[in-house]
Design a protein around this ligand. Structure first.
Ligand code: GUN
Ligand code: ZN
Length: 436
């Protein structure tokens, strides 16, 4: 089982601090010749090889060259049932939901279909080096069972929840305030903290929940405060106008969630593209987090995420990167970092490699309040580690011959690399994926 002691040697990257606050160089922990010791699935030591080697005993050592050993990627917002509808042409958010999403998600009434797609989704997560994700299932409780079963068999740390939606969707895809509460509670009792799994109370977004349903979701979170909350906020201008119509008594979109007790630590809001300053301040002061979904925001034409405000001192907001598949066009966090750079550029903000890698690892873990377990390499952390091949295509190999250092190499990877760069993935200290 997991009793074996292993060690990984090679270039290693982790973060000890937030580069948006401490600066890139101070936040990075990079060892050009590093050694990571792992025992019973946990990291026991990490540092320079010459210093840490004295702690080697019966460890089985694997050495990686021309590679980068780092924490597994964390995708803070993704819809596994939408894997089968990635790249569906045309339209912005509301039309896209009606034309594609609400048709596709009805197939998850069939548990066999859910199990099949959950398996494909997690296989692809491993192939791109994603070891943890915060995942939307569908309105059907069996879609959650299918996902958690698949995650548990791979021993992956995963967050997921049943989508709550009781209006503005087809009949085959709606619950009620009461049934949504009851089904979610049963899933919490069944899955919360079994192995490495956590439950997220998941109201889809304000337009598809009645006030009664959001009130029930808030009550459920009060009853099970260890659960996460995930939803969408301020993704699209038409969506925001619709929320104003549906909730005229609330001062802004985020205030709808705040009013029902759905903001705070462990609540994470997808997109957050068009927020007002008062919404940013509430996110910061309440300890809520946002997911930046750059490939999705480009694909649906939603808008430009405001990096500068999000991470502004003195009241920065917790931010994690996310794919938002199926509006996102890739499950790869490397490609998502590349998309985040380009979205940043359109708003005259040039996201550095250190900041991008942080938002996909330790920053994402902090957004999910899991940074005591995952997202960095340090004693006591769970050994969810990936090995990136820094020469995964002929063109990248050529480009890397003209590379000026580790930050340059990281930037080349997030600009040019994809799933082919994933050389190996370790889940809780066990090899879970190895590229052919
Ligand atoms: N808002 C509500 N539901 C969804 C969804 O499934 N995808 C995206 N991108 N936005 C949403
Ligand atoms: Zn989403």
């Amino acid at each position: 089982e997991n009793k074996q002691r292993i060690a990984l040697r090679g270039p290693v990257l982790s973060f000890r601090d937030d580069p948006f606050i401490a600066g890139d160089a101070a936040a990075m922990h990079y060892e050009a010749d590093g050694l990571v010791l792992i025992d019973h699935g946990l990291v026991t030591a990490f540092g320079d090889y010459q210093q840490i080697r004295t702690q080697l005993s019966d460890h089985v050592v694997t050495e990686y060259k021309n590679a980068l050993i780092m924490p597994g990627f964390i995708d803070t917002h993704v819809h596994y049932p939408q894997t089968e509808m990635m790249g569906s042409y045309g339209k912005q958010l509301i039309d896209w939901l009606n034309q594609y999403t609400f048709v596709t998600e009805q197939r998850y009434a069939d548990p066999a279909h859910a199990a099949m797609v959950a398996d494909v989704f997690l296989r692809e997560c491993l192939r791109v080096g994603t070891t943890t994700a915060s995942v939307y299932c569908t309105v059907h409780p069996a879609s959650v069972d299918a996902f958690f079963n698949a995650a548990q068999s791979r021993k992956m740390r995963m967050i997921a929840g049943k989508v709550l939606m009781d209006r503005n969707a087809p009949a085959g895809l709606t619950d009620t305030a009461q049934s949504g509460y009851d089904d979610s509670e049963a899933l919490i009792q069944k899955w919360q903290h079994t192995g490495r799994l956590s439950y997220a109370i998941t109201p889809r977004f304000a337009p598809s929940s009645t006030p009664a349903q959001l009130e029930a979701a808030g009550a459920l979170w009060k009853r099970y405060p260890n659960s996460h909350v995930q939803t969408h906020v301020s993704e699209n201008l038409h969506e925001i106008a619709w929320v104003k119509d549906l909730y005229p008594e609330r001062s802004n979109y985020l205030d709808v969630y705040a009013h029902y007790g759905l903001t705070g630590p462990k609540a994470i809001f997808g997109h957050a593209v068009h927020l007002e300053e008062s919404e940013w301040q509430h996110l910061a002061s309440s300890g809520s987090a946002v997911s930046h979904c750059p490939s999705s925001n480009g694909f649906l034409g939603s808008g430009l995420f405001n990096f500068l405000r999000a991470k502004q001192n003195p009241n920065p907001v917790r931010v994690g990167l996310a794919t938002d598949v199926g509006a996102g066009t890739t499950l790869s966090m490397l490609q998502t970092m590349g998309a985040a750079y380009k979205i940043g550029q359109l708003g005259h903000y040039s996201l550095s490699a250190a900041k991008a890698f942080y938002l996909a690892t330790r920053g994402a873990a902090q957004a999910l309040y899991l940074d005591d377990k995952i997202g960095s390499i340090a004693p006591g952390m769970e050994a969810d580690l990936i090995v990136l091949d820094l020469h995964s295509t002929p063109l990248i190999d050529f480009r890397m011959q003209h590379c000026a250092g580790i930050e340059d190499a990281m930037f080349v990877q997030m600009t040019m690399a994809d799933d082919r760069a994933t050389q190996a993935v370790y889940i809780a200290g066990q090899l879970a994926y190895q590229r052919d």
